[in-house]
Ligand binder design. Structure first.
Ligand SMILES: *Cc1c(COP(=O)(O)O)cnc(C)c1O
Length: 455
């Protein structure tokens, strides 16, 4: 691409990456293993077998650098991939910055976010293993709709527990899941023992991702033909998302750019890892040297205020123990708008590379995020989902610093979803009613008290 006045950089369908990138074998220090919840010994493939099909378990523990994407999966991904990489020229102009801002747009998928990049392969491997139904949790509804879509593609059932606060705030996400054929329960629900025990304490319980995971796992584990799917956090999920970063590398190369700063929002770490890991590979190989930064909400500051410890992935304590940054598995975050970022833990891989000093992390309050989102929408047109408003606010901060210093930095981020079903949050921001929640140390101390002590 020779011309210098491009607005978006597109790849041909034939240029779609055909392999996922597994960062694990490239890391200078290997990440700590998951532990069995009962024995606290390293968890083996069999410990995951009640939840996931063997091909996904083997990906979870793989030491291969690259794994082929099956043709049947690529055929579905090609419904919207390769996704566009935009140069945010109008935002640059509005901010009057010398920085170059690029964003990889994942809102072009059927569900409107990056989540189908992993729901499609997960549904595929489950269907191939003879699984009849997948269960899952969803916060904002993005993951539930992504899995409902993918299950419809491969002819299997889908049952979703949606965090009650989101279920009430966002009825259209539920309808979307039902359009694709899924069954949806608010969580805590009256269809599981754990859900009923929580409803007995509080009939209006707002729910949390950790609780919804417990309900979905509890339904999958006892049945041979039912398995569970997780939309973030796990190694194989982050690996499926690397198709984002691999495409972005090709797209930036077409216009002769390399990033100086890469920022991404982190809930469980999957869109961030998906964008960042291929760039980290290039950085480790000495081919570029971007600063890489995670951005999380002030109301759920897992990396910046959580502890790096072994903790459960769910509230009831049924999953294997993972070493990660955590606010405690019983932590119930305030119902901030970015439902997808309300998780007590962080991907073990993202936590590990953060501990290793390979990435930075900051937290931003939601008012600054929505202020950035409004600038973005007015300049670029796209209304962002509440989660990537964190990435946008961080990109705006960086661009304004460039305006101060006169530096022409190349900033790369992921706009990992659109906000068409999140307009209630925008309405609240526009009416001036949005409040920033700064988490108290006491709330963290209280939740951390329940985290198991591992020798
Ligand atoms: C789920 C979701 C997130 C948070 O999950 P990550 O694993 O951190 O990417 C962020 N943005 C959107 C649009 C989501 O749907």
């Amino acid at each position: 691409m020779a011309s210098d006045d491009y607005h978006k950089i597109l790849l041909d369908e034939s240029e779609i990456p055909t392999q996922w990138y597994n960062i694990v074998p490239d890391l200078p220090v290997p990440p700590p293993p998951a532990l069995h919840p009962g024995t606290h010994e390293p968890a083996g493939p069999d410990d995951f077998a009640p939840l996931f099909p063997m091909e996904l378990i083997m990906q979870e523990v793989s030491q291969e650098r690259f794994i082929d994407i099956p043709g049947e999966v690529l055929d579905v991904l090609k419904l919207w991939r390769p996704s566009p990489l935009f140069r945010a020229r109008r935002l640059e102009k509005m901010l009057d910055t010398p920085a170059k801002i690029f964003y990889k747009y994942e809102g072009v998928s059927p569900a409107g976010s990056h989540k189908p990049n992993t729901s499609v392969p997960q549904a595929y491997y489950n269907a191939k293993a003879g699984v009849k139904k997948l269960t899952t949790e969803t916060g904002a509804g993005q993951w539930g709709s992504a899995l409902a879509f993918a299950c419809a593609q491969f002819g299997i059932e889908c049952e979703v527990w949606q965090v009650a606060a989101s279920y009430r705030q966002k009825p259209y996400r539920k309808t979307m899941m039902e359009v694709w054929g899924a069954t949806v329960h608010p969580s805590p629900s009256d269809v599981t023992d754990f859900g009923r025990s929580l409803l007995a304490q509080d009939a209006d319980h707002p729910g949390s991702l950790g609780i919804a995971i417990s309900e979905a796992v509890g339904e999958a584990a006892p049945h041979d033909d039912v398995r569970y799917a997780l939309g973030s956090v796990l190694n194989h999920v982050l690996m499926h998302q690397t198709i984002i970063g691999e495409e972005a590398l090709l797209q930036l190369a077409k216009v002769g750019e390399t990033p100086d700063v890469l920022v991404g929002c982190t809930g469980g770490g999957s869109n961030f890892g998906g964008l960042a890991f291929p760039f980290m590979r290039e950085k480790m190989a000495g081919k570029m040297d971007p600063i890489i930064r995670c951005v999380e909400p002030m109301a759920c500051p897992t990396l910046t205020k959580g502890e790096y410890r072994y903790d459960f992935g769910d509230t009831a304590g049924m999953t294997p123990l993972m070493k990660m940054h955590t606010l405690g598995h019983s932590f119930v975050p305030e119902p901030i708008h970015a439902g997808g970022l309300r998780y007590h833990g962080m991907a073990p891989l993202v936590s590990h590379i953060y501990e290793q000093g390979m990435v930075e992390a900051i937290s931003i309050g939601q008012n600054e995020c929505f202020a950035g989102a409004l600038q973005f929408a007015r300049a670029e047109g796209i209304v962002p989902a509440p989660e990537p408003t964190h990435a946008i606010a961080a990109a705006v901060r960086e661009a304004m610093a460039c305006k101060e210093s006169g530096e022409e930095k190349v900033i790369l981020t992921a706009l990992c979803g659109h906000g068409h079903l999140d307009l209630a949050s925008y309405e609240q921001y526009l009416s001036g009613a949005m409040v920033d929640v700064d988490l108290s140390e006491d709330a963290i101390t209280e939740a951390m008290a329940g985290v198991p002590v591992i020798a």
